[in-house]
Design a protein around this ligand. Structure first.
Ligand code: IMP
Ligand code: MG
Length: 372
């Protein structure tokens, strides 16, 4: 994986495959232009690298000239083509071989066709290393195609993303955002733990509970664990940047994950922003905050019931229970607002059987996955 500006790219076409495509193009050009003296017209910038490879392999006499056209901004076409550097060479009456790195919508070809006709060339052929048939909107036949590729954004071998990536010797494609990252909330007694373990299995997500991560790092005496403990020993809260580093280490351990369930985090806007930055570095984001909604009185009843068998002191006392619920709402209110503003908050009715509640959450998760 490589990172260019804000985006992540994964290996897509190897150097050997590119070389074979170029050899295929070159063989045909050599056949078609044997005994002739074509002018290779290189369309800058992207085509510089494939052009040297094709021209090196040309057996006869030839000339080379350049035109610089631009139609892309970032990872999308603008729909218009600008002539950034025009033709200096006279092409009147000549046989021209246009060399392109990639033909996408074909807008550039339409502009070239106008330019070449104005210059009254005898004829021209088009060579391109890559061709995206699904994006092509023109009728010009493309004479020499190195390789057809799907409608993905690629970089490398001359092709760039906002100026970067041209020097890469193989081709990479934009990594698609397919992760499902859930921030799971629920008041004490809402059944959050139960749902997390069901969802984790069902959607093959990694469940990251901040509490577990803390305990793991402290138990295994990692550097981060020791650092966190030094605050806890003094009775202080572990600073956000330490917590975030631990979470990042967990995320990094699972680079192939289909997504994460964050449990117990974020609890403040600063933490929500830190989580967003962390995920952005991995070219992903929080997909949704899912909050189980259960009426206070139901929670109190459930917890008192659980207290009878769980031996948890904090489940036995109604006042303690009510206080925990209150703290939960005070904490989540801020985080809820944060995700509401981004249209990512989903309240889910948390009363009913485990299966019913899973069903409701699944509806949300499935709708998120359809968006991808
Ligand atoms: P067209 O005019 O839409 O056919 O696009 C041609 C130009 O768009 C190319 O010469 C590239 O500069 C740029 N382009 C199209 N697709 C890609 C891509 O996947 N990566 C990088 N640049 C691209
Ligand atoms: Mg180009």
């Amino acid at each position: 994986m490589i990172q260019l500006h804000d985006l992540t790219f994964t290996p897509f076409i190897s150097e050997e495959k590119i070389t074979r495509s170029i050899e295929k193009i070159s063989r045909k050009i050599n056949e078609d232009f044997s005994g002739e003296k074509p002018v290779f017209l290189v369309v800058l910038n992207g085509a510089f690298m494939v052009a040297t490879e094709i021209i090196k392999r040309f057996d006869g006499e030839c000339e080379v000239t350049f035109v610089k056209l631009g139609s892309y901004e970032g990872t999308a076409t603008k729909g218009t083509v600008d002539t950034l550097i025009g033709l200096s060479h006279s092409l009147q009456g000549r046989q021209v071989v246009v060399i392109e790195d990639i033909v996408d919508t074909g807008n550039t070809l339409a502009a070239l066709d106008r330019i070449l006709k104005r210059h009254q060339v005898a004829g021209y052929k088009i060579a391109t290393l890559f061709f995206k048939p699904a994006a092509y909107q023109q009728a010009y036949p493309i004479d020499y195609v190195g390789m057809e590729i799907p409608n993905d954004f690629i970089v490398g071998f001359g092709l760039d993303y906002d100026g970067l990536g041209r020097n890469l010797t193989q081709v990479y494609k934009l990594k698609e955002e397919t992760m499902t990252n859930l921030v799971l909330f629920g008041p004490p007694g809402a059944g959050k733990g139960t749902q997390a373990s069901v969802l984790k299995e069902k959607y093959e997500l990694i469940h990251i509970s901040t509490g577990d991560v803390f305990r793991y790092n402290i138990k295994n005496e990692t550097d981060l664990g020791r650092h966190a403990k030094s605050f806890m020993d003094k009775g202080q809260l572990v600073p956000d940047d330490v917590t975030i580093k631990m979470l990042e280490a967990e995320v990094d351990k699972n680079t192939d994950a289909k997504g994460f369930i964050f449990d117990g985090f974020p609890r403040t806007v600063a933490q929500a922003e830190a989580l967003s930055d962390l995920l952005a570095k991995k070219n992903t984001e929080v997909s949704a905050m899912i909050a189980l909604e259960v009426d206070d009185e139901v929670l109190v009843k459930r917890l008192l019931e659980r207290g009878k068998t769980s031996n948890r002191a904090d489940d036995a006392d109604e006042d303690v229970i009510r206080h925990r619920i209150k703290v939960y709402y005070e904490e989540t209110a801020i985080v809820k607002q944060y995700y509401l503003k981004q249209d990512k908050y989903y309240g889910v009715d948390g009363v009913g059987s485990v299966e019913d509640i899973t069903e409701r959450i699944s509806k949300v998760v499935d709708s998120l996955q359809k968006k991808n």
